[in-house]
Design a protein. Sequence first.
Length: 206
Amino acid sequence: MIDNSKLKATPELEDFAGKYENSSKIATYLVDSYFKAVKKLLTKTENVLKAHEVGAGEGRSTMRLSKMVPSLSASEFVPHLVELAIKNNPTITILEESVYELNYKDESVDLVFLLEVLEHLDYPEAALEELKRISNRYLILGVPREPIWRILNMCRFKYIKHLGNTPGHLNHWSKSSLIKLIEEKYGKVLAVESPLPWTIVLAEKY
């Protein structure tokens, strides 16, 4: 069992709402493109009745995902973010739980969403194994696409002393390395979308 008190990740200190609150045309376009890609991947699934989002943050992504699937629940590890997620999604069940210990029975949901979470985790492989446990078929997972993510940060003079790495990002994947990880730990990759600057993957459990 993973001791959550000893993790390096500090989600309580990170700004997960920033991209949703940025009203600039470019930021709005990028976020909209991201969720259009998620929706496109969903068209390649079948018989998805119940989905679960892990790492919901303030519930901004939950608001969008709930319009794409028949039934959605969500979870978040940070207590004050859980409160905000519930406030933003009063009709959706949102639990406080760790990605490493989800309160779901084996194969109890048709699809799991993990969007912009894996890069923050101390143990990404363990997280994927837990997602595989609760899912009976699909996973949609999105992460920043490296090295493009850091290059774009450097171009806008952000996080220069960290060579463009966003604070809180403990892991970094190119498209090919992400596909390799998912196929090793979860299942077959069915489709990939690449809205700048992310990689989003649809996988089917082995």
